[in-house]
Design a protein around this ligand. Structure first.
Ligand SMILES: Nc1ncnc2c1ncn2[C@@H]1O[C@H](COP(=O)(O)OP(=O)(O)OP(=O)(O)O)[C@@H](O)[C@H]1O
Ligand SMILES: [Mg+2]
Length: 264
């Protein structure tokens, strides 16, 4: 049998973590899922949010201009990637410079595909997972993530109001599929900040499953104050409080995602 040489980017799972609704748990999920996956796999986090919360969370001392270099100054993606102190996790940092990208790239031909083209050039086999933390908008940076990803993970806050935004996001995913990335699929909707003591939260999770059953992760992320605390300590939950429910939930999600490898 002919030896199959892996092509650049071929065996990486590329997952956009997106929801245009602010505060739905995107960054909390990007950082802590990366840390939990990093216990078993090699992970690259791409911070696409000009608010650079994930970059700050990883506590990089010198993030520089980060992805601005890639989007605007023709730098290679591998030039901006840095190791983090979290085992198994590297980071392509964001910076406040990214605020300008939306305006600079508007109207530029092929601007939606910049990240996809760079991801395709990464060394084959360097990372098993690429997690893209998106900003709370459906602008050019989020579209770049959706164009570059094969999968989208949608964190939703377990609150009725959050469900209305989900329909809009799923519509955008369909438009991206039709126009630029036919391979994109929703690999999971993740209920976040679930307060299991309230009937309301339980009902929202039930409603999510009723409408999107096959793509809602079994794991739900419970409300856990430790998750809200750990960014201030520049640590993921697996380091900050490995025995917390937050660490247990993100490890459980990592296992569920690793189990999808067989079918993906
Ligand atoms: N399971 C949880 N338990 C407690 N607090 C949480 C949990 N998940 C997220 N939070 C808190 O909710 C807020 C919003 O979370 P996060 O920043 O992850 O959302 P986001 O979708 O990235 O927001 P943005 O749209 O602004 O980028 C943060 O203050 C975070 O600490
Ligand atoms: Mg965020």
């Amino acid at each position: 049998m002919a030896y199959h040489k892996p092509q650049p980017g071929e065996d990486m799972r590329k997952i956009a973590i997106a929801n245009q609704k602010g505060g739905s748990g995107k960054t909390t999920t990007s950082v802590n899922l990366a840390a939990a996956l990093g216990e078993h796999r090699r992970v690259l986090v791409i911070d696409l949010d000009p608010q650079h919360s994930a970059t700050a969370w990883f506590g990089l001392r010198e993030p520089g201009k980060g992805l601005y270099g890639v989007f605007v100054e023709n730098a290679g993606l591998s030039e901006v990637i840095q190791p983090t102190e979290v085992p198994g996790v590297d980071l392509a940092p964001s910076s406040p410079w990214l605020v300008g990208v939306e305006r600079i790239l508007s109207g530029e031909v092929g601007a939606e595909q910049i990240l996809a083209r760079h991801l395709a050039k990464l060394s084959p086999g360097a990372w098993d997972y690429v997690l893209m933390d998106c900003p709370p908008t459906l602008g050019i940076l989020t579209i770049n993530a959706l164009a570059a990803a094969a999968e989208i993970l949608v964190p939703v806050e377990a609150h009725v109001m959050a469900l209305t935004g989900l329909a809009q996001l799923l519509h955008t995913v369909n438009v991206v599929k039709e126009r630029i990335n036919p391979d994109l699929r929703v690999s999971g909707i993740l209920a976040c900040r679930v307060d299991a003591r309230t009937r309301h939260a339980r009902e929202v999770v039930e409603q999510l499953r009723e409408h999107n059953g096959n793509v809602v992760y079994q794991t739900v992320i419970r409300e856990n104050i430790r998750l809200a605390e750990c960014p201030s300590f520049a640590q993921p939950i697996t380091k900050y409080d490995p025995r917390s429910s937050g660490a247990a939930d993100y490890r459980s999600l990592a296992q569920e995602i690793i189990a999808q490898e067989k079918s993906s």
